[in-house]
Design a binder for this molecule. Structure first.
Ligand SMILES: [Zn+2]
Length: 364
């Protein structure tokens, strides 16, 4: 991605952070990896007034190019991007519910399976250290071990991701979890899912991230994606031709003969109802690979598999290769229609707005 696009992405994501209620004022900050350093929000500049050239370019050796000073939290942004070569984006905010828990120095335990969106069976909270300090950065790195998010004691939330979209998605999910946990605590500490149960969730999410249908216990009844022209034989037997009959007067149905595998010819509605039914299938048609085949074995490694720390100066990290666009598209297309609104390990940019929207609706 060009620096111009990254600068634009930083501004748009910051504005989105405030709009979504994740952040208030200029307390949050955001960075994105570039070769040998990062682009990071400037300190104390309202997001609405921020322009591309207000975003600060900072090399990992501390050199700054720009007309502003970088965010006061540049240390943990720099240290995280140096150590965590599996991520490109560091998002920090004082979102209300995460910070509420952090004021009690409490992380988010496995009270809900979605805690796994941060890559493990819990989301840790670091001990307190003053903002902007190296001590805070060190504590944050420790709390982020094998995770893509952590709370900072008496402070806020850090979220890591490979794209702005995923960072926002993850931050909203975690803020929602924090809200649910705070509410659950009103009637006492809820039971926690076991390590074994969380391992199952993580495996399920990993499989979905690879474009596989969720069928961990091998029931083999997962929905099959239909091709652009749906095979009539795949229509569930319990609902033969129902859509056409349900709304007979709205649209005069044009019918088309379709050959079934049992050598029968039946009539299928190709008017309005037929089109609605075929919509998800048409989307799926952009993928030519079989539904059950993993999108690609060469997916970016998870946090747990992240390489160990590189020497800061010697190894200026290169911009981590993103998942190829084609793979992303295939992954999205392979999800069953019913799963479109549910959080998954990977989010396409087109579904991002609706994810944010639905997460917000839950928050209200
Ligand atoms: Zn802060």
């Amino acid at each position: 991605m060009s620096h111009k696009k990254i600068r634009q992405g930083i501004i748009e994501t910051c504005i989105e952070m405030n709009k979504s209620g994740l952040n208030q004022g200029t307390s949050g900050n955001l960075s994105h990896r570039i070769e040998g350093g990062m682009l990071i929000t400037p300190t104390s500049l309202p997001y609405e007034r921020m322009r591309n050239d207000d975003v600060v370019e900072m090399a990992f050796d501390g050199t700054v190019i720009g007309k502003h000073r970088p965010s006061s939290e540049w240390r943990f942004h720099r240290d995280i991007l140096l150590k965590r070569t599996d991520v490109n984006v560091v998002l920090h905010t004082h979102s209300v519910y995460c910070t509420t828990l952090a004021t009690h120095e409490r992380g988010i335990p496995s009270f809900h399976y979605m805690v796994a969106v941060a890559g493990g069976s819990d989301i840790r909270c670091s001990p307190y250290a003053c903002f902007g300090t190296q001590e805070l950065s060190n504590l944050a790195l420790e709390a982020l071990k094998d995770r893509t998010a952590c709370l900072l004691g008496h402070h806020g939330l850090i979220v890591l991701a490979d794209t702005f979209e995923k960072a926002m998605w993850r931050a909203i999910e975690i803020e929602t979890l924090a809200k649910m946990y705070v509410h659950a605590l009103a009637i006492g500490e809820p039971p926690h899912l076991s390590e074994k149960e969380m391992a199952q969730v993580i495996e399920q999410m990993r499989r979905m991230g690879y474009g596989q249908a969720p069928d961990l216990d091998k029931v083999k009844d997962t929905p099959k994606l239909m091709s652009a022209k749906p095979a009539v034989s795949e229509v569930p037997k319990s609902k033969p031709e129902k859509p056409a009959r349900q709304y007979p007067k709205l649209v005069k149905a044009k019918t088309t003969s379709v050959q079934t595998t049992k050598a029968q010819t039946i009539k299928v509605d190709t008017s309005a109802q037929g089109k609605i039914a075929a919509k998800p299938a048409a989307k799926a048609a952009s993928s030519t690979k079989p539904a059950v085949k993993p999108a690609t074995p060469k997916r970016a490694p998870k946090a747990a598999a992240a390489p160990k720390t590189k020497a800061p100066k010697a190894a200026a990290p290169k911009v981590t290769a993103k998942k190829p666009a084609a793979v992303k598209k295939a992954t999205a297309a392979k999800k069953p229609a019913a799963a479109q609104g549910t959080p998954a390990a990977s989010v396409s940019s087109t579904s991002f707005k609706s994810l944010v929207g639905s997460a917000l609706n839950r928050r209200k």
